[in-house]
Each structure stands twice: as structure tokens, then as C-alpha cells.
Design a binder for this molecule. Structure first.
Ligand code: PMT
Length: 412
């Protein structure tokens, strides 16, 4: 793992049975060429002795905030500055709560407050504790502040229960940490992508939906991740696997998608709207299944919020890329949306049945072709697999995003 070669990693170990895995983690980090210093909470020392980590890291272990000997060696502020990345593994529910509240009443929490380098945490706890709303809210707070959450994984737990809450395995933690040192062009850029359809309930069993499979949005999430971005994918109902190292938030309706997007918006540099959001939803949600009593049935619909337009018109809006799904007049309609929705860029695709096309494209297909428009320019991304097309689109977005950042820094 070349990306960890020569990197200074501060490993924080908190109290939990998974602490024994962190001994292996220390060993593997050193194998990968990293220099490792370990800081342990008092509870962690109940599970594994500092001596174990001292032997594996080759350095004294830091456990006390007020320790004359340790401060005479490398003081806590110096240690926080020394690190190229901090990884808390395992991160107990208690320590996550402490971080979320900005406490600094022991060495490790103080180091976390004092460091300016990427800070990642690997939750490890009983599944009920993991699902507790307080823990979920605390993790949400940390992610919104830009901390990186690694895991947890799901499976059998030390307490005998099964579920989410296991610490990620060591090789996975190493890969995730190495990603912090990726050199992609979108390194340190936060990208949010919407994908898939929305599903608007009519009654407990019926809904209004569309043919979007989510493939285009998921492919973009993967491509942005490959380019080094931290990616949040807000997905409507679809059955695709989450691309590795992408944070996924599942929603059903347009209103839920709107809410999820705006919750994540303060952490977003680039917003890409690939979802096929229902423009309308049933005005009334029927509590019981509708009976087929009449020959005809009319459903009253009401407008959904336009997520893309609301993001692009928000104060401090990110760089915004929309999609346009058109059946005719691709350029005219896409350019109209570009202006009306206040977008930086729009990727337009022809959807519906095109008998002359060799390949079915757009909705629910592996393939697509895009015409991309921005003020004063256009590019054509020819028919290709969505995975390949997504990489080309991310490259184009990156170029324009960087230009946009330069223009902001050096206004004409
Ligand atoms: O999911 P796949 O099967 O891979 O198919 C991909 C796709 C065809 C769905 C995708 O490439 C695509 O075109 N997505 C946008 C579909 C769409 O809703 O287009 P639109 O022209 O109706 O909307 C314009 C833009 O506004 C889109 O970026 C859309 O996400 C956004 N929008 C629309 C309505 C709404 N209420 N909120 C929105 O954010």
C-alpha cells in the first residue's frame, strides 16, 4: 500500500473488545510503511495493555493527558501536529459521543480537537447501541463536520448478537485510510449525487414511480470516488450495490430526497442531480388500499419541490450539475433548464424508445449518451457504458469546477 509509505499515523484506541484487532492494525500499518504512534483511553487499556502497542509500534504509548514523561518526549499538541492522519479504531459509542460534543477531558479527545489532519473513526459496538438514535445523531454530526466514518460492518458480535456494529476488518481499514492520501483531482472535494427514481405513495400498496434504475447516478458516484472525492449518494429505491467507500443515504419520496440533500448541503462542493425525481405526488395519501368501485378513477396530484433548482438557488450553493431527460429538442430543452434552474452545467440524454439507435439508452439501460451544456460551451459524450461515460463526465465536471474555483479566487 504505497500511499501509506512514510505517513505519520496516530492510532487512537478506545475501550471495546475490538481493541485487540488494533494490535494487528498497528502491525499492518507499519508493514505498509507508515510510522505509527498510539494513544489509548483508560478504558482501552482494560482490554489490551499499552505494552502490546508499544512493542508493535516501536514507540511509547500515550495514555495520559497530564504525563510529565510523555510531555517531555512528544507533547500532546506536538503529537497532534505530527500526524498526517488520525484513526480512532475502535471508536466506542461513548468516545463518539464525546467527540460529537467537543469534549477534551482525556488525552485522545484532546488530540482529536487539536489536530488539523484528516480524522477517521471506526465505530465498534453492540448492534442495539449502534442503532440507537443518539449514536446515529452523533455520527451524523461528526460526518457533517468532515470526519470520515469507516464502517461499521455487520455480522456476529462478541456479545453473541448479530447485526451492524462490528469494527471493519483490518485490511479494509488500511484501504480506507490509504484513500485519505489519494492523489486524484477531486481529492478533498465533497461531491453529493442523487440517483434512482422516487416513489410517491398513493395508498399502502401502490405508488407512482418511473423506470430509473439508478445506474447512471451510481456510476457517477463510483467515478467521483475514483477521482478522490468524498462522495455522498442519495438514492431513491433501487437494487444496486453501494460503490465502495461511498456514503449512501436511502430515501423513497421526492420530499425525503429534498430533506436529505439539504441536510448534507453544508458539506457539499459539487452537487450532481442524476435522480429521476417525480415532479408530482398524490395530493392525498390514502390510509387504506383503494377499492376498484368505479369505472374511472382520478388522482389529484400536487407539485413536488424541485431539488436541483432549490440547491442551485440556495445561498452559498455548490457547483451544480443537472441532468435533462428529454424525448425531443434535446439542446433547446436542456439549455432552457440550465438557465431556469440556475445551473453551472447540464448533462442531457435522449430517453424513450429510439428505433434507429443500435443500443437502448437512458432509463434502465447499461448504456447512455450525453450532450453536456454550460454557458458558452458544449461537449458530446458518445454512446458508451454508463461506467465509462460517468468517468468522462466526472472529468469534464472536474475541469469546469476547478475553473469555477479559480474564477472565484481571481474575479475579473
Ligand atoms: O437511473 P438510470 O436507469 O441509470 O437512468 C438514468 C437517467 C435517465 C434517469 C439519468 O441519466 C437522467 O436523465 N436523470 C434525470 C431524469 C430527470 O428527472 O430529468 P428531468 O429533465 O425531468 O429533470 C431535470 C433535472 O431536475 C434532473 O437533474 C432532476 O434530477 C432534477 N429534478 C427534477 C424534478 C424535481 N422535482 N427535482 C429535481 O431535482
Amino acid at each position: 500500500m504505497k500511499r501509506l509509505q512514510g505517513k505519520n499515523i496516530l492510532l487512537g484506541v478506545t475501550g471495546g473488545i475490538a481493541a485487540y484487532k488494533s494490535a494487528e492494525l498497528t502491525h499492518r500499518l507499519r508493514d505498509a510503511g507508515a510510522e505509527v504512534r498510539v494513544a489509548m483511553t483508560r478504558a482501552a487499556t482494560e482490554f489490551v495493555t499499552p505494552l502490546t502497542f508499544q512493542a508493535l509500534s516501536g514507540h511509547p504509548v500515550h495514555t495520559q493527558l497530564l504525563d510529565e514523561n510523555a510531555e517531555a518526549g512528544m507533547g500532546h499538541i506536538e503529537l497532534a501536529r505530527w500526524a498526517d492522519a488520525v484513526l480512532i479504531a475502535p471508536a466506542s459509542a461513548d468516545f463518539i459521543a464525546k467527540l460529537a460534543h467537543g469534549r477534551a477531558d482525556d488525552l485522545l479527545s484532546t488530540l482529536c480537537l487539536a489536530t488539523r489532519t484528516p480524522l477517521a473513526f471506526a465505530p465498534a459496538m453492540n448492534q442495539a447501541m449502534w442503532h440507537d438514535p443518539a449514536t446515529q445523531a452523533n455520527c451524523g454530526t461528526l460526518c457533517q463536520r468532515g470526519l470520515l466514518q469507516f464502517g461499521p460492518a455487520s455480522g456476529e458480535q462478541a456479545c453473541g448478537e448479530t447485526g451492524e456494529g462490528r469494527m471493519l476488518e483490518v485490511p479494509e481499514l488500511i484501504t480506507r485510510l490509504a484513500d485519505c492520501f489519494e492523489q486524484g483531482e477531486l481529492q478533498a472535494v465533497k461531491v453529493m449525487i442523487t440517483a434512482g427514481p422516487t416513489s410517491e405513495p398513493i395508498d399502502p400498496v401502490r405508488f407512482i414511480g418511473n423506470r430509473s434504475s439508478g445506474r447512471m447516478g451510481f456510476a457517477l458516484a463510483e467515478a467521483a470516488r475514483e477521482a478522490g472525492a468524498a462522495v455522498t449518494l442519495i438514492s431513491g429505491p433501487c437494487h444496486l450495490a453501494t460503490p465502495e467507500r461511498v456514503q449512501r443515504i436511502d430515501v423513497e419520496t421526492a420530499e425525503q430526497m429534498h430533506r436529505a440533500v439539504f441536510e448534507q448541503l453544508p458539506q457539499c462542493d459539487i452537487f450532481i442531480a442524476a435522480a429521476a425525481v417525480a415532479d408530482y405526488r398524490p395530493l392525498d395519501l390514502h390510509a387504506q388500499k383503494l377499492k376498484k368501485d368505479h369505472a374511472n378513477l382520478s388522482l389529484a396530484l400536487t407539485r413536488n419541490p424541485d431539488i436541483l433548482s432549490d440547491v442551485a438557488h440556495a445561498p452559498n450553493s455548490p457547483f451544480v450539475v443537472g441532468f435533462a431527460a428529454e424525448t425531443v429538442n434535446l439542446e433547446i430543452n436542456a439549455r432552457e433548464k440550465l438557465v431556469r434552474k440556475n445551473l453551472d452545467m447540464i448533462a442531457a440524454n435522449l430517453v424513450g424508445l429510439h428505433k434507429n439507435e443500435k443500443q437502448d439508452i437512458g432509463f434502465n439501460s447499461e448504456y447512455n449518451a450525453l450532450q453536456v451544456f454550460w454557458a458558452g460551451g458544449a461537449a458530446s459524450l458518445e454512446l458508451d457504458r454508463k461506467s465509462a461515460l460517468a468517468r468522462r463526465l466526472i472529468q469534464l465536471i472536474t475541469t469546469h469546477y476547478q475553473q469555477h474555483k479559480n474564477d472565484e479566487k481571481n474575479p475579473a
